[in-house]
Ligand binder design. Structure first.
Ligand code: FAD
Ligand code: SIN
Length: 525
């Protein structure tokens, strides 16, 4: 038995993006753990905004129908209805906490347009700095709550278990000390999996930790193969790639090739505002022949005021969007799949909850509608707190907890240098498990990931990356069809039966990952 320092609380929230802080504020009396600073993560970087049916011509039912239309036939309509109905109230809540959303002369919210939305319904702040404003608001609200304790710069390594329940987490502080945080309920709000891909818009801390931890503990994972690629990241030598918000296309920006030809017009009736997967694939194809540009010159002299974030990004590489078309590339952006939950954030394991991008409620199905992610974090963060309040009556702290041996064996103070292997993994995922996929490429990726697993399994971040990469790749190989963001050039059409993928029980043993599907069929990868 190994003794580690322990903290006790009624709830531990892992992650302090929009989902984690929404959950913490609704639950109260909890510890919030963040890998870096409070409020760091993708949420702060969000540009376009939050979708909510608050316009005179709009209704939640229309928003739900738009959400479902892009979901590739596997979206959960009940969840879409719950989330879209809650949206206006969640915007009012943020406003009551002090969020300063952009308004017009009549003091009503200015609503932006993005792809796939049949109405203008994107609430935004300081043009394209919505995430920064929302996170400023939530961080301040949490800081004013003495019942919410925080552990910053603390990396959660794994889930603690006892008697078949999840009962806390094992973490590593910035000083390299292990600490057990024991709690009857654990909320994973760890965000997506951007770090798996060579080209991503996500910040570095978004590295599939929650997905990997949950998978190791045997939680059911839903639809891991559905990874969204944003069509318009700036094509620059930067990591991550800076995002050029879809709201630019909503305001008329066009995609052109090197000859200045506006190519999306012939591809989809909605042209530049076609669903993201359609636009991303077309840009991918065009880039095989030459550069592709986003031409936002028509936005004119107002550009710096209307899109200050994109303005700064462009200026940083010596471009002026009022005069220069901006070179673009698709980049990994969002994970529709994740830890399977019900509409209240309950996972398949007692005591474990998930919300935000780490979770898969089924809302997005095979493809996500723009600006529905911040919204889902806001709504499910709140709902998860309600579910915990309903579930935990009478649960006591255990005296002894179980931690997987390989987690105790991790070298925390001086972990092995994995930079080279992580670069290979990210390249592999981008080229073989990216925008365009096929069977032979996915097979190759599977074999290479097996070799990388042996080398990365002793590293706290490396092992999460490789587990998540294997789960995504395996599910992509098994899905022999094209649906939403998952496109197989060897199976270009959707199959006859739209259905979600469920994966259970992924664990690293001697560098070999076992995946089990719902019918307990075991496959070694
Ligand atoms: P995040 O905000 O990513 O937070 C994850 C948290 O988990 C962080 O605090 C991190 O420190 C913590 N964490 C992770 N692993 C560990 C660990 N092992 N131990 C401890 N802590 C851990 N969506 C929209 O709806 N509208 C937009 O306009 C929009 N624009 C976007 C622009 C960009 C550039 C990006 C990258 C994304 C954008 N998205 C947008 C998507 C959206 O921002 C994210 O899906 C959403 O913010 C995810 O929120 P989250 O709370 O789930 O996770
Ligand atoms: C964007 O602003 O283009 C991103 C919006 C989103 O990911 O929802």
């Amino acid at each position: 038995m190994i003794a580690v320092g322990a903290l006790h609380t009624s709830c531990v929230v892992v992650g302090s993006g929009i989902a984690g802080l929404s959950a913490a504020l609704a639950h109260g009396d909890c510890i919030v753990i963040s890998k870096s600073g409070l409020g760091e993560g993708s949420s702060r970087w969000a540009q376009g905004g939050i979708a909510a049916a608050i316009g005179d011509d709009d209704r939640p039912a229309l928003h739900a129908a738009d959400t479902d239309r892009v979901a590739g036939g596997i979206g959960n309509r009940e969840v879409a209805s719950i989330v879209t109905r809650a949206a206006p109230d969640r915007i009012r809540w943020l406003t009551s906490l002090g969020a300063d959303f952009d308004t017009g002369g009549d003091a009503r919210a200015l609503l932006g347009q993005e792809a796939g939305h049949s109405r203008r319904r994107i609430v935004h702040a300081r043009g394209d700095a919505t995430g920064a404003e929302v996170m400023r608001t939530l961080v301040r609200a949490v800081s004013e709550r003495p019942d919410i304790r925080r552990l910053d710069d603390t990396f959660v390594l794994d889930l603690l278990r006892h008697d078949g329940r999840v009962v806390g987490v094992l973490a590593c502080t910035g000083d390299g000390e292990r600490v057990a945080v024991v709690a009857p309920s654990v909320v994973l709000a760890t965000g997506g999996l951007g770090r798996l891909y060579e080209k991503t818009t996500n910040p570095p801390e978004v590295s599939a930790d929650g997905l990997a931890m949950a998978a190791r503990a045997g939680a059911v994972i839903r639809d891991p193969e559905f990874v969204q690629f944003h069509p318009t990241a700036l094509d620059a030598s930067a990591d991550p790639l800076p995002l050029l918000t879809e709201a630019l296309r909503g305001e008329g920006a066009r995609l052109i090739d090197e000859a200045g030809h506006r190519f999306m017009v012939g591809v989809h009736p909605d042209a530049e505002l076609a669903p993201r997967d359609v636009v991303a694939r077309e840009i991918w194809r065009r880039r095989l022949d030459g550069a592709v540009y986003l031409d936002a010159r028509m936005i004119g002299p107002e550009f710096p005021n209307r899109f200050p974030t994109v303005w700064r990004i462009a200026q940083g590489v010596g471009l002026d969007p009022r005069q220069d078309p901006l070179p673009v590339s698709p980049a990994q952006h969002y994970h529709m799949g994740g830890i399977a939950t019900d509409a209240a954030g309950r996972t398949s394991l007692a005591g474990l909850y998930a919300c935000g991008e780490a979770a898969s409620t089924g809302l997005h199905g095979a493809n996500r509608l723009a600006s529905n992610s911040l919204l889902e974090g806001l709504v499910l963060g709140r709902r998860v707190a309600d579910a915990i309040a309903a579930d935990i009556v009478g649960t006591r702290h255990p005296a002894v907890v179980e931690v997987p041996q390989e987690t105790l064996d991790l070298e925390l103070r001086d972990p092995p240098d994995i930079e080279h292997d992580v670069a290979e993994l990210r390249h592999l995922m981008w080229t073989k498990v990216g925008v365009m996929r096929d069977g032979p490429g996915l097979e190759q990726a599977t074999i290479r990931l097996g070799a990388l697993a042996c080398r990365l399994s002793g590293h706290p971040i490396g092992r999460n990356l490789v587990v998540a990469a294997q789960v995504v790749t395996r599910a992509a190989l098994d899905r022999e069809e094209s649906r939403g963001s998952h496109h197989r050039s060897d199976h270009p059409e959707p199959g006859p039966r739209p259905a979600s993928t469920f994966v259970r029980s992924a664990r690293l043993e001697s560098g070999v990952l076992e995946l089990q599907d719902r019918d307990s069929r075991v496959c070694l990868v």
